[in-house]
Write a protein that binds this ligand. Sequence first.
Ligand SMILES: [Zn+2]
Length: 105
Amino acid sequence: MKGFDPATLRTQSQSRMRTALGALALSAIWLALLFWYSDAVLDRFGVRGFVIAAGLAVLTIVLAAMNSILGAPRCPHCRTRLVGSFLPTAIASGKCGFCGKSLEG
Ligand SMILES: [Zn+2]
């Protein structure tokens, strides 16, 4: 288990957040286009094609959200995932926001 370096933690969480936001934006554009051209899409690919295309976008959003949550670092002591309000605390103090123990090492 690698140690928690606050700077690395911040960089990692930022890049994960960017990836999640990028996937989210792409999926939103994809869905918007899909619904914008829904008549043409339904004509050409039918309802099944439309549902599959919409499902892909939803799947991408779900995977991006799961990746940002499941990929989050855990406290080595209490195994709490350092997401949401715990992450800024962890980055600022180097301590777990839940059990208060040091994340170093
Ligand atoms: Zn902890």
